[in-house]
Design a protein around this ligand. Structure first.
Ligand code: GTP
Ligand code: MG
Length: 195
């Protein structure tokens, strides 16, 4: 995939109606601070078009990035942000669930999991939501630069077993710092564009 032009086209809050796009959408889900916006920047070749922060809870809206007028990257709000109150947490959950349920152009969901840790209860719930909506998520194991090479296979296996994902579920280790894993993700996106 070659990135020619990108723009943040639509921002949806809790009360917004989701856009009816004509191009395919791929969504990026995962807990707060896992690196969704950083991954989207890496894929777009932009440093900071998607806003990132070391403080969890940065992205609180559903953000649609138009890529080459041919596909949308959809940055979802992070879940599991402990400091948010229960009301806010419930609203985010509803937004994400609504999006998965209603988007007609959604072709693929990437679920991001920090490669350093076993998936949390919320990660497992998210994985099951995605599957119940009929999607087979591809797992991106983020922050690859934070572990030693020798740990990668063990951590990937831990993610797979904790999510109870089958051997056919693709898990792609990725680093926003080194961009390792990016080509593999571009190939997945090419597959969607060719479909
Ligand atoms: P929310 O918008 O709060 O849901 O978070 P997010 O998932 O969009 O995370 P974001 O991309 O804002 O990244 C959170 C923090 O992790 C930032 O400080 C990033 O710089 C850092 N980060 C993200 N990906 C990586 C990575 O691959 N390696 C390292 N070392 N840091 C990363
Ligand atoms: Mg974000």
């Amino acid at each position: 995939m070659i990135i020619k032009n990108v723009s943040l086209e639509t921002v949806c809050g809790i009360t917004s109606k989701l856009p009816e796009n004509i191009h395919p959408e791929v969504a990026f889900a995962g807990k707060s601070n896992v690196g969704k916006s950083s991954l989207i920047n890496g894929l777009m070749n932009r440093k900071s078009l998607a806003r990132t922060s070391s403080q969890p809870g940065k992205t609180q809206t559903i953000n649609y990035y138009n890529i080459n007028d041919e596909i949308y990257f959809v940055d979802l709000p992070g879940y599991g942000y402990a400091q948010a109150n229960e009301h806010v947490k419930a609203q985010w959950g509803k937004m994400i669930e609504d999006y998965l349920h209603k988007s007609k152009q959604l072709k693929l969901v990437f679920l991001l999991i920090d490669i350093r840790h076993a998936p949390s209860e919320n990660d497992r719930i998210m994985y099951d939501w995605i599957r119940r909506n009929g999607y087979d998520p591809i797992i991106i194991a983020t922050k690859l630069d934070k572990i030693n090479r020798s740990q990668i296979q063990k951590q990937v296996k831990l993610i797979r077993t904790t999510l109870q994902a089958g051997a056919d579920t693709q898990i792609v280790p990725y680093s926003a710092q080194t961009k390792q894993g990016r080509e593999e993700i571009y190939e997945i996106l090419d597959g969607i564009l060719a479909a």
